[in-house]
Design a protein around this ligand. Structure first.
Ligand code: URA
Length: 194
């Protein structure tokens, strides 16, 4: 049986050659996700931007710096968590990913989540949240853990947060994000081994 890391490498290898949607034509690099596969926490953003497309690593630009700052406040770093996106290739000019692109790319996300099996899934922003909670509003749901039953019948805790990019132009949103991040350590304790 392949190790967890080998299985992740196999998923990454499939993503690296993926041609299933038009984003393959305009990407520089695929951005499969990075971090610790034995983590309790998976963060999920919307899709790679320019810096991420150039480097093949999620959250490397301005939003990534906010994410790092928030992680630091709760004494976590990127080695402690796994970070990925709903779509693994950059939408041109950072437009929103299309429904078809999200649906096609979801198979990779499902494989990653099944492998990592985190205690907490943290969707960052509306697009990522909608994947798990299609009818929710981020303004109402952020900072509130939700227990869902996944397609495979597993109970899973989803903790939606505002996207870190929302903090770039709004200091008040940054405070809200920081408050929501502050709950993460206690949520891990609460839901681990439940
Ligand atoms: N925004 C995202 O949602 N994901 C990234 O990887 C970078 C910016």
């Amino acid at each position: 049986m392949a190790s967890k890391q080998e299985q992740l490498n196999q998923i990454n290898a499939k993503i690296a050659v993926c041609q299933k949607c038009p984003l393959a034509k305009t990407r520089t690099n695929t951005v499969p996700g990075t971090g610790n596969i034995n983590t309790d926490i998976v963060f999920i953003g919307e899709g790679p931007g320019k810096s991420e497309d150039e480097q093949g690593i999620p959250f490397m630009g301005a939003a990534g710096r906010i994410l790092n700052e928030m992680l630091e406040k709760i004494k976590l770093d990127r080695q402690d968590i796994f970070i990925t996106n709903i779509v693994k290739c950059r939408p041109p000019k950072n437009r929103d990913p299309k429904i078809t692109e999200k649906n096609i790319c979801n198979t990779y996300l499902q494989q990653q989540l099944a492998l990592i099996n985190p205690t907490l899934i943290i969707p960052l922003g509306r697009h990522a949240m909608e994947y798990f909670l299609p009818n929710a509003k981020i303004s109402e749901t952020h900072g509130k853990p939700q227990v869902i039953i996944t397609a495979t019948g597993k109970s899973q805790v989803i903790y939606p947060l505002y996207h870190p990019a929302a903090a770039l132009y709004n200091p008040r949103t940054k405070l809200v994000i920081a408050d929501d991040f502050a709950l993460i350590p206690s949520l891990i304790k609460k839901y681990k081994n439940v």
